[in-house]
Design a protein around this ligand. Structure first.
Ligand code: FAD
Length: 370
C-alpha cells in the first residue's frame, strides 16, 4: 500500500513526487515513456518558479538553462514589437529538465515505474486499486492524476471535454541559429504562432501551435511551413538559415484548452490534467510546478491534521480555482486575438504605440513568484 500513486512523470508528477517523498511519504510514480525523452513544448519557464525550485535544491542554471529577459512579437506581415520582459524566465529542454527531476525523484526514494501506463483506476472502501498496461496492480490511499493534457483515462472518467475533438496541433524542433540567447520571440502566422528561444548547449527551441485544419488544407506539415508559416519574414529567415537538429519534428495533436475539474472520482488532478493554459501565455510549466506545490502541500497538511477526504478535495478545488482559473480564462481569450492576420497586425501595431499596455498584458500572462 503506497501513500500516494502518481499517474504521469512530467513536471507536475515529478514535483509532487519529490515534495511528498522528502516529507517521508511512500510514493510510486508511473510514467508511460522512458526517460530521457523529448516533448512538444516551447521550453521557456517563467522565473516565478525559481524560489520554490531553490527550496527543493533545484537550480536549472546548473543544468545549462539560459536566462531570458527580452520579448519580440511579430505579426504575420512582419510588424515587430520588442520589449523587456519584466519577470523574465529561463530556457531549458524538457529532455534535460524532466530527466534531472526524474533522477532527483529517485534520489528522494520515489519508486518510479517507466515504460508502462496506467489503464484503470478504481476507488472503493477509501482505497485506490490501479492497474497498469503490463497487468500489474497497485493500491494507494491517494491518487494524483498528472498525465498531461489528455489521456485514455479521461474517457474512463467520462470527463466532459474528452467527447469534443480539439482543433490544435503542436510542432517542435531544436535548431542552431543566429539569435540573441536572452531573447524570446513569438512570431505569428495565419492561424498559428511560433516561439523561438534558447535552451541549453547552444541550441534553440522552435515550437509552434496551429490548427489541424491549417495542416489539412496544406496537405502536410512541410508544405504548411513553406506556404503559410514562412510568409512571416522572420520565420522565413529562421527556416532558411538554421540547422535543424531533429530528423523529424516532434508533433502532438488534440491539445485542449477547455475547462477541466481539479478532482474527478477522488483523483486529485495536477498540472495540465487539472487545466491547461494556452502556450501563447508561455506559462503551462510554471502552472504545473505551482499546482504540484499546492497539491503536495495540502496533502501533507490533510494527513497531519487528519482531514476527511471531502475536506481535502473541496479545499484543493477552491485553491486551484483561486490561483489559476482567471489565468487560464485570460489565456483562452487572448488566444482568440491571434491567428487572424489583420487582427494580429493591428494588435501588434497598437501595442507598439503603447508600451505600458503591452507590458501590462505580458505581466498578466505570468503569475506571481511562489
Ligand atoms: C505547443 C506547446 C508549446 C508550449 N510551450 C510552453 C512554454 O514555452 N512554456 C511553458 O511554461 N509551457 C509551455 N507549454 C505547456 C507545457 O508544455 C505544459 O503545460 C506542461 O508540460 C504541463 O506539465 P504536466 O506535468 O502537467 O504534463 P506533461 O508534461 O504532459 O506530463 C504528463 C506525463 O504523463 C504521462 N502519461 C500520460 N498518460 C499516462 C498514463 N496513462 N500512465 C502513465 N503516464 C502517462 C506522459 O507520458 C507525460 O510524460 C506548451 C504546450 C504546447 C502544446
Amino acid at each position: 500500500m503506497y501513500d500516494v500513486l502518481i499517474i504521469g512523470g512530467g513536471l507536475a508528477g515529478l514535483i509532487n513526487a519529490i515534495v511528498l517523498s522528502k516529507a517521508g511519504k511512500k510514493i510510486v510514480l508511473i510514467e508511460r515513456k522512458t526517460y530521457p525523452f523529448h516533448r512538444v513544448c516551447g521550453e521557456y519557464i517563467s522565473n516565478e518558479t525559481l524560489p520554490f525550485l531553490a527550496s527543493l535544491d533545484i537550480n536549472p542554471t546548473e543544468w545549462g538553462a539560459s536566462s531570458i529577459n527580452h520579448l519580440q512579437v511579430s505579426a504575420p506581415n512582419g510588424t515587430l514589437l520588442s520589449m523587456p520582459l519584466d519577470m523574465g524566465g529561463f530556457g531549458i529542454s524538457r529532455y534535460t529538465l524532466d530527466y534531472n527531476l526524474y533522477l532527483k525523484a529517485l534520489q528522494s526514494q520515489v519508486t518510479i515505474i517507466t515504460g508502462t501506463s496506467v489503464e484503470d483506476v478504481i476507488f472503493s472502501s477509501d482505497t485506490f486499486s490501479v492497474t497498469l498496461s503490463d497487468h500489474t496492480s497497485y493500491t494507494a490511499r491517494f491518487v494524483i492524476g498528472a498525465y498531461g493534457k489528455r489521456a485514455k483515462l479521461d474517457k474512463q472518467l467520462n470527463r466532459s471535454y474528452i467527447h469534443k475533438r480539439s482543433p490544435y496541433v503542436g510542432v517542435k524542433y531544436h535548431i542552431q541559429t543566429d539569435f540573441p540567447a536572452n531573447y524570446i520571440a513569438l512570431h505569428n502566422f495565419k492561424d498559428g504562432y511560433c516561439g523561438l528561444s534558447a535552451v541549453e548547449g547552444d541550441k534553440y527551441n522552435l515550437c509552434y501551435l496551429t490548427t489541424r485544419e491549417n495542416v489539412k488544407k496544406s496537405g502536410s506539415i512541410e508544405e504548411m511551413e513553406r506556404s503559410i508559416v514562412q510568409k512571416n519574414p522572420f520565420l522565413c529567415q529562421i527556416f532558411s538559415n538554421s540547422k535543424f537538429l531533429f530528423e523529424k519534428p516532434e508533433v502532438i495533436n488534440e491539445i485542449s484548452f477547455a475547462p477541466k475539474t481539479a478532482v474527478e472520482n477522488h483523483i486529485l488532478m495536477s498540472g495540465d490534467t487539472a487545466g491547461m493554459i494556452t502556450p501563447l501565455c508561455g506559462n503551462g510549466m510554471a502552472m504545473a510546478i505551482h499546482s504540484a506545490k499546492l497539491l503536495s502541500g495540502l496533502l501533507l497538511i490533510a494527513d497531519e491534521q487528519k482531514w476527511p477526504r471531502e475536506k481535502l478535495e473541496a479545499t484543493y478545488t477552491q485553491q486551484w480555482n483561486k490561483l489559476f482559473a482567471k489565468r487560464v480564462w485570460i489565456g483562452r481569450n487572448l488566444q482568440k486575438l491571434f491567428g487572424n492576420e489583420r487582427l494580429t497586425a493591428m494588435s501588434v501595431h497598437f501595442l507598439k504605440t503603447l508600451p505600458p499596455l503591452a507590458r501590462f498584458l505580458v505581466s498578466q500572462t505570468h503569475g506571481n513568484v511562489f
